[in-house]
Design a protein around this ligand. Structure first.
Ligand code: SF4
Length: 62
């Protein structure tokens, strides 16, 4: 009788929302599969002023 190891099914790590780091991405935007193609994340991160504000909020929340 074989005692080959059984494969455990791996689950994907849950992606965190870059805009709300304490939360898992809940796909709140339309037609997204996660933070990697989230238009809102892209807009915030590509706008220098928004990005600075986002950084300040993150620091304040710590
Ligand atoms: S869809 Fe975008 S904004 Fe919504 S939780 Fe996910 S990463 Fe954050």
């Amino acid at each position: 009788m074989s005692t080959a190891p059984t494969r455990e099914r791996r689950s994907r790590p849950e992606a965190r929302c870059p805009l709300r780091p304490d939360e898992v991405c809940n796909l709140c935007q339309v037609d997204v599969t996660g933070p990697q193609d989230c238009g809102l994340v892209y807009l915030v991160m590509s706008d220098p002023d928004q990005r600075v504000e986002w950084g300040e909020r993150r620091r304040a929340a710590r």
